[in-house]
Design a protein around this ligand. Structure first.
Ligand SMILES: Cc1cc2nc3c(=O)[nH]c(=O)nc-3n(C[C@H](O)[C@H](O)[C@H](O)COP(=O)(O)O)c2cc1C
Length: 375
């Protein structure tokens, strides 16, 4: 006989089955300035949209009859174990979205067993982030003052980061029209706490973004490949270059012994009209020929997007904005829920596509459709 069970517990956060729902909820809880900083891109946001459309131009070709009773999504990233082929992308100023900030996101990454990339512009201290037990990689922009880069690197090494991510696609910040129109300012308690970047308590004038103004004071646009050799000589950490898009640049990085690349257009926040990373990935994978790990970010919004990226040759992906949606709505629990959704979608996709492990995912074939023509 069937009996109905009484409900014994109420969920502590609104239950969302898909990342799209978390996006809508985040939009509803954030003020205009914070939402636009999170969601916006450069220029007319062509690249921001194209990153999402690109995943819709490739279809997977499933395999069958290959014992998928226990799909295994684990892998090694930069020499550390990861439960999923996913790392949390570096994102500045996470306390803008929730008081828990970086510590909440890193704690969720630790719980999910995936690496957390610590932004140089973190609004929580490197040591508090490391105390969550997450595997951390430190992200740096190129500062005009190299001794400050060295100081940040020393701070990161002191708290046990396992990798150094150098962002190479920001010689200057992209033109983010939403932030400029909003006169975007950080709340007074939110600033980069690990070094002085001139962002603390700064009130921008109308049509000025605090991020654009403060970053102009420290970013170095004169960086060349020789600086990669300099940083190589300063640390034994594995080195990742984030923001590579061109196959020649990827091959040069591999020649220099870089450990990993992130194929990325910075989530559409830098060069509007930059191509979607997914579409340049296969040529880069061919040229690099296994000499370093190849990560991808910009527009990953589901576990099946992760499958498509891996089937196109990526070792793993970074996920950015979806973690901030979870953070904004429900702090650490929200981030955990976002990572759970990605894991569930990924493992269920692996099962139905006939992939017992990630080696099988890498062998999946993809077919391309004609991209949708945008009005
Ligand atoms: C709010 C926000 C802040 C970011 N801050 C940084 C940063 O400090 N350093 C960096 O290398 N990338 C930064 N990024 C870019 C992300 O690391 C990543 O490349 C991008 O968000 C990936 O695209 P997705 O958001 O579509 O997943 C930021 C992105 C966002 C949305």
């Amino acid at each position: 006989m069937l009996t109905s069970q009484p409900t014994t517990s109420t969920p502590v956060w609104p239950d969302g089955a898909s990342l799209r729902e978390w996006e809508a909820r985040a939009r509803a809880v954030l003020d205009r300035g914070a939402w636009d900083f999170l969601a916006g891109g450069a220029g007319e946001e062509w690249t921001l949209d194209a990153n999402l459309s690109a995943f819709r131009t490739l279809g997977l070709v499933p395999r069958v009859l290959r014992d998928v009773s226990a799909p295994d999504p684990r892998c090694e990233l930069l020499g550390s174990h990861s439960s999923l082929p996913i790392a949390v992308a570096p994102m500045a100023y996470q306390r803008l979205f929730h008081p828990g900030g970086e510590v909440a996101v890193a704690a969720a990454a630790a719980r999910a067993g995936v690496p957390y990339v610590v932004s140089m512009l973190s609004s929580s201290s490197f040591s508090d982030i490391a105390a969550t037990g997450a595997t951390t990689w430190l992200q740096l922009y190129w500062l005009r003052d190299r001794s400050r880069m060295q100081e940040l690197l020393d701070q990161g090494e002191a708290v046990g980061v396992r990798g150094l991510v150098l962002t190479v696609d920001v010689p200057a910040i992209g033109v983010r029209l939403r932030d400029l129109a909003n006169g975007f300012a950080l709340a007074s308690h939110v600033f980069a706490v690990n070094s002085d970047f001139g962002d603390r308590g700064r009130q921008p004038s109308t049509r000025e973004s605090v991020i654009a103004t403060s970053s102009a004071s420290f970013l170095d646009a004169s960086v060349t490949w020789r600086d990669i050799e300099w940083i190589r000589s300063r640390t034994r950490l594995p080195i990742v270059l984030k923001g590579i898009m061109d196959p020649t640049d990827a091959a040069t990085a591999a020649d220099l012994g870089v450990d990993a690349l992130v194929i990325s257009n910075h989530g559409g926040r830098q060069l509007d009209r930059a191509a979607p990373p997914l579409l340049v990935l296969p040529e880069i994978v061919d040229g690099v020929a296994g000499r370093c790990e190849i990560l991808l970010d910009s527009g990953v919004r589901s576990g099946t997007d992760v499958l498509v990226a891996l089937a196109s040759g990526a070792t793993a992906v970074l996920v950015g904005r979806p973690l901030l949606w979870g953070l904004s709505v429900a702090g650490q629990e929200g981030c955990s829920r976002v990572l759970d959704i990605l894991k569930t979608e990924l493992t269920s996709g692996m099962r139905i596509a006939g992939c017992p492990d990630l080696a099988a995912v890498a062998e999946l074939r993809t077919v391309s459709f004609r991209p949708e023509v945008r009005a």
